[in-house]
Ligand binder design. Structure first.
Ligand SMILES: NC(=O)c1ccc[n+]([C@@H]2O[C@H](COP(=O)([O-])OP(=O)(O)OC[C@H]3O[C@@H](n4cnc5c(N)ncnc54)[C@H](OP(=O)(O)O)[C@@H]3O)[C@@H](O)[C@H]2O)c1
Length: 258
């Protein structure tokens, strides 16, 4: 028996990075999975990898900035599995720029995905969690949900809003046995970091170069691996955290402790 046996979980943004690592872990723990994202080929590969681990998994192509795509995801989940117990609101984008340099479009796109979609997916899933007698929503925040960020204003604002979505929804739904928490990762080495232009001074970046950059400011002197964040998501999604709600679980190698 896995920690999520018999549970249905929706993971948004499961085509890469933290979402993918969480999908693979949840698969081993026995969950029925609905996986989303825009990149169908990658999504189908993750779906297959989850099935290879013994899980029932379905990839649903979705852009979570579109209300109708969010609705389809929840509809497919109930059609496939009949119920929903867990939502991991993971899909998110990072946008750089300060108050003067950020574009109108970047501002709106960031808030549309990182904030509005989190609220929208939560709202759509709530009746199903309630019908199941309770459930867990885990939001992907950031260490920048609790401290300011330089040159990433829309992102930091969006993750600050995720913190308030988490705490406020936790209060509104605690009496229904619906828990709402957030994992707040520090810098986590994902495939996206290898894309050209991600690091200004080390392009193309190697793992070694990235680790060196991290050593300067992270107390544990390294970046997180997506699998380390996934284990925290599992804790918050499973009964191991049955009395935890409204919590922001910083998973940042000590970055915000200093
Ligand atoms: N990596 C870090 O250092 C770090 C630190 C703190 C917090 N986080 C948070 O972790 C979460 C996952 O990011 P990641 O680091 O794992 O990076 P990632 O590999 O780029 O993952 C982002 C995921 O979101 C999906 N996504 C992006 N836009 C979407 C849209 N409009 N509709 C549906 N899905 C969309 C992407 O899939 P498609 O491209 O296929 O749509 C992808 O699966 C984000 O919320 C991020 O803010 C990351």
């Amino acid at each position: 028996m896995g920690k999520l046996s018999g549970k249905t979980a929706i993971i948004t943004g499961a085509t890469s990075g933290i979402g993918k690592a969480t999908a693979l872990l949840f698969a081993v723990e026995g969950a029925n999975l609905i996986l989303t994202g825009r990149r169908t080929e990658l999504g189908k590969t993750v779906e297959k990898e989850c099935r290879n681990r013994g899980a029932s998994a379905v990839f649903v192509q979705a852009d979570h900035t579109r209300a109708e795509d969010c609705e389809s995801v929840v509809q497919v989940a109930t059609q496939q599995f009949g119920n929903i117990h867990i939502l991991f609101n993971n899909a998110g984008i990072v946008t750089k720029g300060g108050a003067e340099s950020v574009t109108e479009q970047d501002w709106h796109n960031t808030l549309a995905l990182n904030v509005t979609a989190v609220w929208r997916m939560s709202r759509l899933v709530l009746p199903h969690l309630r019908a199941a007698g309770g459930g867990a929503i885990v939001n992907n925040g950031s260490d920048w949900a609790v401290v300011g960020a330089r040159d990433a204003l829309p992102y930091a604002v969006s993750k600050g809003a995720v913190a308030q979505l988490t705490r406020s929804m936790a209060l509104d739904h605690a009496h229904e046995n619906i828990r709402v928490n957030a994992v707040c990762p520090g810098d986590t080495f994902v495939e996206r970091w290898l894309e050209k232009g991600y690091f200004e001074h080390s392009d193309p970046v190697t793992m070694e170069a990235a680790m060196q950059e991290s050593a300067a400011y992270i107390p544990m002197k390294r970046f997180a691996r997506p699998e380390e964040i996934a284990r925290v998501v599992l804790f918050l999604a499973s009964d191991d955290s049955s009395f935890v709600t409204g919590h922001l679980l910083l998973t940042d190698g000590g970055n915000t402790a200093q």
